[in-house]
Structures are given as structure tokens and as C-alpha cells.
Design a protein around this ligand. Structure first.
Ligand SMILES: NC(=O)c1ccc[n+]([C@@H]2O[C@H](COP(=O)([O-])OP(=O)(O)OC[C@H]3O[C@@H](n4cnc5c(N)ncnc54)[C@H](O)[C@@H]3O)[C@@H](O)[C@H]2O)c1
Length: 283
């Protein structure tokens, strides 16, 4: 099936990035939010990002205007009725995601693909609430969506080959490298990455090395762009902890037990860059 019109549920960090990238790639996009205030905030953030890239000379003002012209904001889920693909990017809560996917199943055409941008939740749990389990897939984008090159496509035991093929084509059309992951906790990236970052926090907690030395060892020794503690701060320590707990709850693998230090930092509200303090301090 050719995808021409894309729906996005949620215009927060990820939703706004998905909307921007799809519209820049030539798709007609409908994006929904819970109310006008959130919708206007999300649309304004897209406008701001596009203005910045016009100012940098990467796109023209006409490109920006054409991109914005392809985006329609709404607070009415009924507007997804003629979309070929809808990507759910609401908050990471399985009950909410099931409710959204179930509603979309009632609103969208029978051939519409329904996707979730979940980082860690089970995709089949969302697919079972629909009458189109074969057309439900995980499309896991990374933050910032227009910049990060990877799209993890999550295949449940019920996702059809046709849905996977359409998802791969869609990812390519957005300029992404796609990988196919099984519908198991953490998919590929978080399955590996969470264990690695938790290990670094554990080493810091036990006084094995200083935070600076842990980060320098990895950036200088392995040529990674950021050390694990810096990247934890960048991601948000609350998100890191939530994901670790979700992986441990499902897998019971001790590699995903969050160090006490991480838990206490989250309790203290030291969530990384977004609160000005995490492993490091930010102005
Ligand atoms: N932030 C990341 O780095 C990242 C990376 C990959 C995947 N994800 C996943 O993407 C999803 C979104 O994360 P985020 O960081 O953008 O969250 P966010 O809180 O920034 O945005 C979520 C938005 O969804 C809206 N929303 C909630 N219920 C809705 C509904 N019924 N209809 C329409 N909008 C609704 C909220 O108002 C909010 O604006 C989550 O599942 C998250 O796990 C996040």
C-alpha cells in the first residue's frame, strides 16, 4: 500500500519530530493533541525548529512554508479517517496506548497501518485491541527524530510481511536506516544500551572511577560521541529508570536492575539536562 497521508497522535517531543520529518518528506500529516493548548505548543515548536534551519540556510523559506502547509493540527481523532498510516506518540502508558489504538481501529480504514512509537512496551498488547493485528507495528524513532538516522521497526508475532515491507519503505522515504526488531522488551537499541548505561552508573556508585573518567574512557577509548553518564543526563534519568524497571519486570535479568544511586537521583528530582542537574550540572 502506498502511504500518502500520515497521522500522528501526540505533538510532544517525539510526535512533533515525526510530524516535522514526515511533512518535510512530502507527506500530508494530521497531528492530534489532547487540547488546543498542547496542540498550539507542539505546532509552535515545529515552526521554531523549521525557522532555525531556514536561518542556518539548510532549507528555504518556501520549503518551510510548504512543510507547514502539509501539516494539519486537530483535537478530533475523527480527522485520522483518511490516513494510510497513523503513528501513536502519546506518553509511555500501556493502558492509554491501548485506548488510542483501539479508537484508531474504529476510525481508520481497514487497510490503514497503526503504529506505536513505544520504547519498551509490548506491541502485541496494543494489537490485540484491534481487528487488524496484522497491520499493527512498532515504529520506534529516536530523539531528535529529524536528526537520528535509525528507525527500529518492531514486528509482533501477528504483523504481516506486507506491513513490514510498507514500514521499511516508509522509513527509507524519511531517510532512515531501518532495522527489524522482535516485539521483546527494549527491542534492539534499549536492550543493549540500558544495560550498558546502568553498568556505568553502577561503577560510579561503587567508586570504581570518577564520572569524568568513565565518560572520557568511553568517548576517547571507543570514539563514542558521548559517555554513558552524559548520555543518561541527555536522555533523562527518569526515562532511564522507567525503561530499566520495565526491562527488569519483563526479563528478570539482573543486568537491568537499576543502581540505588540512579533511583535516589530520580527521587531527588535530578533528572539530567532537563532539570539542570543530573550526573553533571547544566546552566
Ligand atoms: N523522548 C524520547 O527520547 C523518546 C524516544 C523514543 C520513543 N519515545 C516514546 O515516544 C512516546 C512519546 O514520548 P515523548 O517523549 O514525545 O512524550 P511527551 O510527553 O513529550 O509527548 C506526549 C504527548 O502526547 C500527548 N497525548 C497524550 N494522550 C493523547 C491523546 N489521547 N491524544 C493525543 N495526544 C495525546 C500529550 O499531551 C503529550 O503532548 C512515548 O511512548 C515514549 O516512550 C520517546
Amino acid at each position: 500500500m502506498e502511504i500518502k497521508k500520515v497521522g500522528v497522535v501526540g505533538c510532544g517531543t517525539m510526535g512533533s519530530g515525526i510530524v516535522q520529518l514526515c511533512a518535510q518528506s512530502g507527506y500530508q500529516v494530521v497531528v492530534s493533541e489532547i487540547n488546543d493548548q498542547f496542540l498550539n505548543k507542539g505546532l509552535a515548536s515545529i515552526d521554531k525548529v523549521l525557522t532555525r534551519i531556514v536561518d542556518k540556510g539548510k532549507i528555504s523559506q518556501a520549503d518551510k512554508d510548504a512543510t507547514l502547509g502539509r501539516i494539519k493540527g486537530t483535537t478530533n481523532a475523527g480527522d485520522f479517517g483518511d490516513c494510510d498510516l497513523v503513528v501513536e506518540a502519546a506518553i509511555e502508558n500501556v493502558d492509554l496506548k491501548k485506548k488510542i489504538i483501539g479508537e484508531l481501529d474504529g476510525i481508520c480504514r481497514p487497510d490503514t497501518i497503526l503504529a506505536t512509537n513505544t520504547s519498551v512496551l509490548s506491541v502485541i498488547d496494543m494489537a490485540v485491541v484491534t481487528k487488524r493485528m496484522d497491520k499493527v507495528v512498532g515504529l520506534h524513532f529516536f530523539n531528535p527524530v529529524p536528526v537520528m538516522k535509525l528507525l527500529e521497526i518492531v514486528r509482533t508475532i501477528a504483523t504481516s510481511d506486507e506491513t513490514i515491507a510498507a514500514s521499511v519503505e516508509f522509513g527509507k522515504s524519511l531517510g532512515k536506516t531501518t532495522v527489524i526488531a522482535q516485539d521483546k522488551p527494549g527491542f534492539i537499541v534499549n536492550r543493549l544500551w540500558i544495560a550498558y548505561v546502568l553498568h556505568a552508573v553502577g561503577l560510579l556508585e561503587e567508586g570504581y572511577a570518577s564520572k569524568e573518567d568513565i565518560d572520557s574512557a568511553i568517548t576517547m577509548g571507543l570514539n563514542y560521541p558521548m559517555g554513558p553518564l552524559t548520555v543518561g543526563d541527555f536522555t533523562g534519568l527518569d526515562i532511564l529508570l522507567f525503561t530499566a524497571d520495565a526491562l527488569y519486570a519483563e526479563l528478570k535479568d539482573p543486568r537491568y536492575i537499576a543502581p540505588t544511586l540512579l533511583r535516589k537521583m530520580v527521587t531527588a528530582g535530578w533528572l539530567g539536562r532537563k532539570t539542570g542537574k543530573g550526573f553533571y550540572e547544566y546552566k
